[in-house]
Write a protein that binds this ligand. Sequence first.
Ligand SMILES: Cc1cc2nc3c(=O)[nH]c(=O)nc-3n(C[C@H](O)[C@H](O)[C@H](O)COP(=O)(O)OP(=O)(O)OC[C@H]3O[C@@H](n4cnc5c(N)ncnc54)[C@H](O)[C@@H]3O)c2cc1C
Length: 533
Amino acid sequence: MAIEEKTFDYLIVGGGLAGCVVASRLRQARPELSIALLEAGPDESHNEKVLKPAAARSLGGTALLSQYKTTPQAHLDSRQIDIYGGRLLGGSSATNYGAWTRGHAEDYDTWARLVGDEKWSYRELLPYFKRSEHYHGPSDDSQHGYQGPIHTSSGGRNYPLQDIIKDIYKDAGFLMNSDMNTGDPVGISRLVESWYQGERQHAGICYPLQGVSVLTNNPVHKIIIVADNTGTRSATAVKLTGGQILHAKQEVIVCCGALRTPQLLMLSGIGPASELAKHNIDQQVDLPVGMNLHDHPTIPLTFKLRYPERGLAVGSPKFMSKPDHFTGNPMDWFITAAVAATDLGKVAKIDGSSPEERRPVDFEITCLYTGSQFGAPDGSYITFGVVCLSPTSRGTVTLQSNNAEDIPVIDPQYLSTERDRTIICSGIRLILRMMESPTAKEHFVGEAPSEGFSQLTPTSTDAEIDSRIRSSTNCVHHPAGTASMGRVVDSECRVKGVNGLRVVDASIVPAPICAHMQAPVYGIAERAADMIL
Ligand SMILES: Cc1cc2nc3c(=O)[nH]c(=O)nc-3n(C[C@H](O)[C@H](O)[C@H](O)COP(=O)(O)OP(=O)(O)OC[C@H]3O[C@@H](n4cnc5c(N)ncnc54)[C@H](O)[C@@H]3O)c2cc1C
């Protein structure tokens, strides 16, 4: 696309979830501003694969979903794990699975404490969470917004196994939580999604961009930083991979997501000296860019249905004949929980941590009414997932080369701490125990491992479970923390040591949030837009 204008008030780099929110809010509040939103990928907002939940499964393998591979993971049998990221207007909000969870109030209060600024506490962020959502659920003005751009709902779910799964969870002692998005997600809650009436709600279409110069298919290669004669550095422009330069009168705002934002900062000379030197990049500012990568690892466990002919899961003709089964994810309930104190005691003995160091949430159990480990789903299986929501493992994003189009080197160090391995192991043991209940036995035959694995049961040894963890853990694509607030940006999202440069996206989250990341990032971007204004 030929770009007519060369100078804008704001240059927003990355037209993903956060970039669209910031561009839209700045323009709505101050229509006189000239704003360019520079997105590496195309605008495919009305593509069926983006809009419809069933078609969205075929986004994999297309250019709209970048498939990043991690480095071989030492604690996962040296496997390279796939992490996906959307590369189109709307970013990962246009390619994600649509789960809408806010996390625990304590996550944000910890964040506020870490950076010494109450603005990031749950109480202070709440208006921004509310501002982003249009919740189609019970009325609770104290916790929810009903006029925001993103329609969220848990309605329309009519899956045949919903009561059975709920009963299994209740029999295990978990209490119902009627609304997991109030700052306390603990318990059994119904899935809330950003699929609404069978269509994806994503930032690229839900946040109006009229009046913003949306420049798609325009990857940015670097931010141009100039120093004045006092040594003060300022971001003044960006250089596109095609060589063109666009100037910013006020600010450059980087919103490229937790894998690409650190890459762009380093390509621009912001990062650790040793890393930049490897690629002959002159250092502008020494900041720990690319450190502190955190993500949520997960492991699937598939169970075989006793009566698949009843049409209980994806693939069975009876299940497939019901159109309302495809208006969102084929799942109903989440369990959100902390690991048992006894399990933490075991961790404390190994890593020297205090067993009293407890968090309100360590993991989540999901249950998808589908299973595909033997090829295409045939309606015979369902799949539980254990997601480690409060990992203590931290990894890095570093440079592969000094070309913005190359994929950075991603090393999340999944399950590198005893605590994280214990959390996953506890979740697996919980599922195995729950599936021994009389209700579960009536409906399921047992765990159905893929070829080459032995079946897990409640009597499986820790070594057997550990072996499964190493060979089957992957991730739910929630990377964050690589331009961490407090270390790389200040509590106003400004890059330390460079005027006119901010980061607003999942990169700034300093410590893991017990949530799927889109609702938090919408809140963060709303908060940041207000700050910039
Ligand atoms: C497959 C998948 C499933 C997920 N499922 C869920 C879920 O169910 N629930 C949930 O809450 N979260 C989910 N997530 C995570 C969630 O979508 C992300 O955490 C969130 O979108 C992050 O927002 P962001 O603004 O930080 O980055 P993104 O939304 O990823 O946006 C980054 C944007 O920057 C662009 N960009 C990158 N580099 C450049 C460059 N050099 N120049 C110009 N543009 C650039 C990219 O193309 C992209 O559009 C999922 C993510 C994926 C990928």
